[in-house]
Design a protein around this ligand. Structure first.
Ligand SMILES: *Cc1c(COP(=O)(O)O)cnc(C)c1O
Length: 397
C-alpha cells in the first residue's frame, strides 16, 4: 500500500466540509468598539462575543495593561517556574482564590491549556473520566491526552453519570462538567453531581468559563451561586477571556491541588507565562466585576428583554437564563442562511454547526453583554422577526 499523503487527506476533508455547508470561515474584524464590530468596511452590531460584562474595553482595565507594559515590557520571557512568574501574576492568583473562596489558584495561559493540564496531572492510565456529552471540546481532549477512559453521559443526566461511575467502582474517577454549557447556556445540576461524587468517591471538576463574573454573589460564579465550596467541588477552572474581557485562565482549589499542578501539569510547566500586563489587566477586571453588580443586573435585564421578545415572536429559544441565548434552527444550511440574513441587515451572530454541536442541532448562538443597550436588543429582535419563512412555508426561522 502506498503511504497516504497527509496534506491531500486534509484537503479532502476540507472539501467534504464545504460540500456539507460546514466550512469554517475566518473573518477579520478591523475595529471593535463596545458591541460594535467593523468587518469588510461595514459596521455590525455584534451578538457573538463573550465579553458578558463589557470589560474588554473598560478604561481601568486598559490603563492597568498600559501601565504594566510601560513598566515591565510585553513578554514574561519564561515559564512561571523559571522567571516568568511576576508580581502581577501572584497578585492575580491571590485575588482569584479570594473571590472564588478557594485556598489557592494557579494561572494558565489559556482555558484550553488549563483543562488539558489539570486532567493530565490528576488522571492516570486506568482511571476514568466521566463527562457530560455537551462538555467543551478541551475537557474531552484533556481526558484523551491523559490516557484515561472517557465515559460520557447524556446531557445533565445525573443518573446517567451515576451509572458510568458505578460501571467501574474500583477506578480512580474524575467527573468533569461545564458549569454553564457554552453552546446551550443552561446550567449543570451541580448540587446533585457534587452529592453523587461524594457518594462515589469521585473528584468533581467544574469548568465555569461562562459563569465567572456573571453569576453568584459578587460575580464569583456558578459555584458561589449554588453555595458549593471547595469540599463540594475540589477542582474549579474558569477563564479570564470571557466575562473578564482579558485573556488566560486559572484553576482554583486546595493548596494541595495547586501545588500538585505546579509540579505535574505539563501545560503549566512547559509554556511561557502570560504577559504580566495581561495579568494586571485581569486583576483590574476582577475588581470591577466584583464591585459593580449593576453590570450583572443590566445583563440580566437584557436577557429577560430578549427572551420575552423572542417568545412573543415564537422564536425557537432554548432553556437558558444566561447570557448565551441560542436559537435552535436544526440544519446547518438554515443556521448559515439566518446568520447571513442578519449580517445583511447589520448584525453579527455566530452560526454554530456540527461538529461543535450535534447533527441536526445547528443554531444561532446569540450572546448578550452589559455593553449592549435595550435598543440593541430590540433592534436584534426586529431583525429576527423580519427573517423570511423558508420555501417549505415553515414559520420564521
Ligand atoms: C472558552 C472555553 C474554554 C477555553 O478557554 P480559552 O481561554 O478560550 O482557551 C474552556 N472551557 C469552556 C467551557 C469554554 O467556553
Amino acid at each position: 500500500m502506498p503511504r497516504p499523503s497527509l496534506l491531500a487527506r486534509l484537503a479532502q476533508s476540507t472539501h467534504e466540509r464545504a460540500q456539507s455547508s460546514l466550512l469554517r470561515r475566518l473573518r477579520t474584524i478591523e475595529h471593535a468598539e463596545g458591541p460594535w464590530l467593523e468587518s469588510g468596511g461595514r459596521r455590525l452590531l455584534g451578538f457573538c462575543g463573550n465579553d458578558y460584562l463589557g470589560l474588554a474595553q473598560h478604561p481601568l482595565v486598559i490603563a492597568a495593561f498600559k501601565r504594566t507594559a510601560d513598566d515591565e515590557g510585553v513578554g514574561s520571557t519564561a515559564a512561571h517556574l523559571i522567571c516568568g512568574h511576576r508580581a502581577e501574576h501572584a497578585a492575580l492568583e491571590e485575588a482569584l482564590a479570594d473571590w472564588t473562596g478557594r485556598e489557592r489558584a494557579a494561572l494558565f495561559s489559556t482555558g484550553y491549556l488549563a483543562n488539558l493540564g489539570v486532567m493530565q496531572a490528576l488522571l492516570r492510565a486506568g482511571d476514568m473520566c466521566v463527562q457530560d456529552k455537551l462538555n467543551h471540546a478541551c475537557l474531552l481532549d484533556g481526558a484523551a491526552l491523559a490516557g484515561a477512559q472517557l465515559k460520557r453521559y447524556p446531557h445533565n443526566d445525573v443518573d446517567g453519570a451515576a451509572r458510568q461511575l458505578a460501571s467501574r467502582a474500583e477506578a480512580g474517577a474524575l467527573l468533569a462538567t461545564d458549569g454553564i454549557f457554552s453552546m446551550d447556556g443552561d446550567l449543570a445540576p451541580l448540587r446533585e453531581l457534587a452529592r453523587l461524587c461524594e457518594q462515589e468517591d469521585a473528584t468533581l471538576m467544574v469548568d465555569d468559563a461562562h459563569g465567572l463574573g456573571v453569576l453568584g454573589d459578587n460575580g464569583a460564579g456558578t459555584l458561589s451561586m449554588l453555595d458549593l465550596g471547595q469540599r463540594d467541588v475540589p477542582v474549579l477552572m474558569a477563564t479570564l477571556g470571557k466575562a473578564l474581557g482579558c485573556h488566560g485562565a486559572f484553576v482554583a482549589g486546595s493548596a494541595n491541588l495547586v501545588e500538585g499542578l505546579l509540579q505535574s501539569a505539563r501545560t503549566y510547566v512547559y509554556t511561557t507565562a502570560m504577559p504580566p500586563a495581561v495579568a494586571a489587566a485581569a486583576l483590574a477586571a476582577v475588581r470591577i466585576a466584583r464591585a459593580e453588580s449593576w453590570r450583572r443586573e443590566k445583563l440580566a435585564a437584557l436577557i429577560r428583554r430578549f427572551r420575552d421578545g423572542a417568545q412573543q415572536l415564537g422564536l425557537p429559544l432554548m432553556p437558558s437564563d444566561t447570557a448565551i441565548q441560542p436559537l435552535l434552527l436544526g440544519e446547518a444550511t438554515t443556521a448559515m442562511a439566518a446568520a447571513g440574513a442578519l449580517e445583511a441587515v447589520g448584525f453579527l451572530v455566530g452560526a454554530i454547526r456540527p461538529p461543535t454541536v450535534p447533527a441536526g442541532k445547528a443554531r444561532l448562538r446569540i450572546t448578550l453583554s452589559a455593553a449592549h443597550e435595550e435598543e440593541h436588543v430590540d433592534q436584534l429582535l426586529e431583525a429576527l422577526s423580519g427573517l423570511a419563512p423558508d420555501e417549505a412555508g415553515s414559520p420564521p426561522l
